[in-house]
Design a protein around this ligand. Structure first.
Ligand code: FE2
Length: 476
């Protein structure tokens, strides 16, 4: 019996025959099915790149604004073997575009965790909190650059993207960390949660001081294990989304999809003071739906206003169909929670399918006027990034489109302020997009005040950057 089997048994406390069945029900290892027909997440610009490179003085179309100094790092899935069972399980590769004195350079590196070193598959990596794909997001907090995925510890990389090690906050973190923590722009605290499916607690809340010390962890009661990809914070609260994308061990054991959309389980938002605990949560019912990514949340009077990319359903065609079709792509909705009445008003803001929503990082949890998102093609059968980036005026419920052009496909829009104290109207949106016409990826820099105009600058990247997940602008 190997160590993973022992760990599995301890973790799951399941009889061996059931465990064996569970292991068999999971997709085959990458080597076995490497040559079979590739799934969508390995084709076209989803396909991984092989080389880690570093190139200076990149070609640009237009001039890089001189105020921009720093680096944009974006994380994404790039299976080292060329194959992964699912988009979610490819190895994390960081792509960094550094901008200094009007010049840009590029480098890309894998996050070298045990998951990478041992070329693990999704099941093998499940039982070691250090064995992270580290493929979903990258943020900076308390002078550490953290690469994140939602079922493991974060991993630290240095300024050159070299992997430094896993990070468990000096042994205080003993469960997974979401890929979507929030850094409060007012206190510089790092707030996050972790969810797990195989054992209780299914949800845990954590608060980290501005210096990087984990100062609070709270177990949160939810009735069943659900996929909880992202969440919200405001000045005084955190808001959990207990939505009915339910993990079912029996289903997994029987070989069916482990996640099912079960509207009969209901959907709730849990509002908790940031220094509160389980007993302080107000759970407020909403209509069943799923949200991968909210845009932002803020408080006004005794209300909390959230903007989210709301899907009617999730993964109805199975775990591989994370998006695809009108019901399973998000659209911008506004939720208004009345904390006195403990109700939530729900209203659709816009009818364009979109996701990967962001605001100016300096306004996370505060009232931001501008929100940004990437178009998703709701007519495609599988996740397909669209030809537009969207800017929303959240006060007027208006949308401005940035057309990337024919055969150009988007990436997550990230705001870069002109200076530390400039307003949210002074700055640029950066995104790594893929131009199929020339089979190249580009970093585009779009002036937010002229959002429907062509980019002020396009940086031509020296190698294709596969469609990926999330990133951050790290100013110098
Ligand atoms: Fe995400």
């Amino acid at each position: 019996m190997n160590i993973q089997t022992v760990a599995t048994k301890l973790l799951l406390k399941l009889p061996q025959p059931i465990l064996n069945k569970l292991m068999k029900s999971m997709p085959k290892s990458n080597k076995d099915i490497k040559n079979s027909e590739k799934p969508w997440h390995l084709k076209g610009n989803w396909a991984p790149v092989e080389e880690e490179i570093e190139i200076q003085n990149l070609e640009t179309i237009g001039e890089i604004p001189k105020e921009i100094n720093g680096k944009y790092i974006r994380n994404g899935m790039n299976p080292v073997s060329g194959y992964s069972d699912h988009w979610f399980f490819g190895n994390g590769m960081l792509h960094s575009v550094e901008i200094k004195d009007g010049k840009a350079s590029y480098k890309n590196k894998y996050v070298k965790t045990p998951y990478y070193e041992k070329d693990m598959g999704m099941m093998e990596g499940s039982f070691d909190l250090k064995a992270s794909p580290a493929n979903t997001h990258v943020i900076r907090h308390a002078d550490k650059i953290l690469t994140l995925e939602e079922a493991h510890f974060p991993w630290v990389v240095d300024d050159d993207l070299e992997t430094m090690g896993s990070h468990d906050f000096n042994g205080k973190l003993n469960g997974p960390m979401t890929a979507h923590p929030r850094v409060c722009p007012e206190t510089n605290e790092l707030l996050f949660f972790g969810y797990q499916m195989m054992k209780k607690p299914y949800l845990t809340y954590h608060r980290v001081s501005s210096e990087g010390e984990l100062v609070q962890s709270e177990e949160i009661d939810i009735p069943r294990p659900v996929m909880m990809h992202d969440w919200n914070i405001t000045k005084n609260y955190v808001i959990f989304m207990d939505l009915p994308l339910v993990f079912d061990l029996d289903q997994a054991v029987s070989g069916a999809d482990p996640f099912g959309f079960r509207p009969e389980c209901g959907a709730r938002l849990g509002v908790m003071p940031r220094d509160g605990s389980n007993k302080d949560i107000k759970w407020i019912d909403i209509n069943p739906c799923f949200v991968f990514h909210p845009m932002n949340a803020y408080e006004e009077d005794n209300k909390i206003i959230l903007h989210v990319c709301r899907q009617n359903k999730a993964m109805v065609g199975g775990m591989n169909e994370i998006y695809g079709g009108k019901d399973t792509t998000g659209k911008l909705w506004k939720w208004t929670i009345d904390l006195d009445k403990e109700t939530c008003e729900e209203e659709q803001v816009d009818n364009k399918a979109c996701d990967f929503a962001r605001v100016d990082d300096r306004l996370v949890g505060l009232k931001a006027k501008n929100g940004y998102a990437m178009a998703i093609d709701e007519n495609a059968k599988t996740l397909t990034f669209g030809q537009f980036l969207y800017k929303f005026n959240l006060e007027k419920n208006e949308r401005i489109d940035h057309d990337l052009g024919e055969n150009v496909f988007g990436g997550e829009p990230v705001f870069v302020p002109k200076s530390n104290d400039s307003s949210e109207d002074e700055g640029w949106i950066m995104a790594i997009v893929f131009d199929k016409n020339i089979n190249k990826s580009k970093l585009i820099i779009v002036d937010v005040e002229n959002f429907d105009k062509k980019p002020v600058c396009e940086v031509i990247l020296p190698q294709r950057v596969p469609f990926g997940a999330h990133g951050s602008w790290l100013s110098n």
